[in-house]
Design a protein around this ligand. Structure first.
Ligand SMILES: [Zn+2]
Ligand SMILES: [Zn+2]
Length: 139
């Protein structure tokens, strides 16, 4: 188990997955409902207004946008420049990649799958499973 610093409250915690501690995750889930309902009623808004009206910190709203749990529509359809595609830096309204780059990533994944020997792949997947089971019993 990894002890890391929470991305929001900066407290150290034992992380199984992600960079946010359980307390902040609970808070974020509550904030998520507020923000989601606000955006549902006020389409085509922007992050500053949302943060002000819902009293949820921008940091949390950004986190939810990057996780793809929220989408803020802007009149020009680029998310108002809140988020950028991590590959081509184009403005996007949700997630980490723009549609174009998501397509590119999907295509290259497809190639990897169809190009490989499937029998070999499943054998090595089983080995992976055994390996992780061993790690599990050690702890
Ligand atoms: Zn925290
Ligand atoms: Zn892109």
């Amino acid at each position: 188990m990894n002890i890391i610093q929470c991305q929001f409250c900066k407290k150290p915690f034992a992380s199984l997955r992600g960079k946010v501690c359980p307390a902040c995750l609970t808070q974020i889930d509550q904030d998520f409902i507020k923000v989601r309902d606000y955006i549902y009623d006020h389409k085509q808004t922007n992050i500053d207004v949302v943060a002000e009206e819902t009293e949820v910190s921008k940091q949390i709203i950004l986190y939810l946008l990057k996780e793809g749990r929220l989408i803020i529509d802007s009149p020009d359809g680029d998310g108002g420049g809140i988020l950028q595609c991590e590959m081509c830096k184009k403005s996007i309204s949700t997630g980490r990649l723009c549609k174009g780059c998501t397509g590119k990533v999907a295509t290259s994944l497809d190639k990897n799958v169809s190009g490989g020997n499937t029998a070999q792949k499943s054998a090595s997947a089983q080995q992976d499973l055994k390996a992780s089971a061993k790690i599990g019993t050690k702890q």
